[in-house]
Design a protein. Structure first.
Length: 334
């Protein structure tokens, strides 16, 4: 059924699966692998490109002429949705919320490059408020005779999660071992996590999936993930047998959404200097900080392979100069 559900082509697949031997040695683990979804290739990449392939098949089938989505100022999903809309000749509207900004940086700059019209809610990143504002804008457009498609925050639905179900089939084909895996990834709006959990159940049944929250409590993640898995199973004609209690998540590494912790900052620097690997301060940096701490606390098995799912987000890094500029060793030679 997975191959019978319509999708468009956006991502350069398969993304590489590479070893990180220097970082593995630094952490004291036998084998660390990086699933490089930051290299999906479209509009600065990320796992969400996989999900948009299913979303935009639906957008085109419904003959929509304008796409709306919502999220934080540095939303990866907003950036990629804007790019995909332009690729298919569609208009794009973004509802963004969060702290006021004085310059267009990171993903926000790319939103502007793609010509997205933005409505900004200062100091407001509540999902319900952003979703409500998006719905109101969609109704305005429909009254003008437009056909609008609303993609939820993070694009997290049972349909889009199928992109991550397929990723687990891709990962299974890349592995050269049958030993149990530990797969670590950041979790925000839960769609990626839901797809990875369901896909692992189908294609890597021995894998342990560990989600590191960047925003929600573990209880909220488990509840929403179960909802999305149920939607995906219905689309695939599968029985929904994944128990909410079996979903392994950790919420002690997120603190405030969008604000990097000291541990996150250290993890980003550590990966850059050990492997030339770039992470971002909102998602992958916090997930790596969680991985590092779980290894140190022996909550991950150091003798079994660990796969870190790099979900992308590189443009976000360029909006955090203040966090890293003090590292510079620069001598001006006259």
């Amino acid at each position: 059924m997975l191959d019978q559900i319509p999708r468009v082509s956006l991502a350069a697949l398969p993304t590489p699966l590479i070893e990180a031997p220097r970082l593995a040695e630094d952490l004291g683990v036998r084998k660390l692998l990086l699933k490089r979804d930051d290299l999906t290739g479209f509009a600065a990449g990320g796992t969400k490109v996989r999900k948009l392939e299913y979303d935009f098949a639906e957008v085109l089938a419904q003959q929509c002429d304008v796409v709306l989505t919502a999220g934080g100022v540095q939303s990866n999903h907003a950036r990629l949705t804007a790019a995909a809309a332009r690729k298919f000749g569609l208009d794009i509207k973004l509802v963004l919320g969060g702290p006021p900004f004085s310059s267009f940086e990171g993903n926000l700059l790319l939103d502007v490059m793609f010509g997205a019209e933005i409505r900004f809610l200062p100091d407001d990143d509540e999902n319900d408020h952003l979703t409500s504002a998006m719905g109101a804008w969609a109704r305005e457009l429909e009254q003008e005779g437009r056909t609008a498609y609303q993609s939820p925050i993070g694009g997290s639905t049972g349909l889009s999660a199928l992109g991550c179900v397929a990723e687990m089939r891709e990962l299974a084909a890349q592995l050269d071992t049958d030993e149990p895996l530990q797969i670590i990834l950041p979790v925000g709006s839960c769609g990626t996590y839901a797809g990875i959990v369901l896909g692992a159940r189908m294609f890597l049944p021995g894998a342990r999936i560990v989600g590191i929250s960047v925003s929600r409590t573990s209880a909220a993640i488990r509840h929403r993930t179960r909802e999305i898995i149920g939607e995906s199973c219905a689309l695939l004609g599968l029985p929904d047998r994944i128990d909410e209690a079996a979903l392994e998540t950790y919420d002690e590494y997120c603190h405030v959404y969008g604000i990097p912790t000291e541990e996150c900052r250290d993890a980003i620097i550590r990966c850059a200097r050990a492997e030339g690997l770039l992470l971002d301060p909102i998602y992958t940096g916090k997930a790596m900080a969680g991985l590092i701490d779980l290894v140190a606390r022996k909550k991950l098995d150091q003798d079994l392979p660990i796969v870190f799912l790099h979900t992308g987000g590189l443009p976000v890094l360029f909006s955090f100069e203040s966090e890293f500029a003090n590292l510079a060793r620069c001598t001006i030679v006259s």
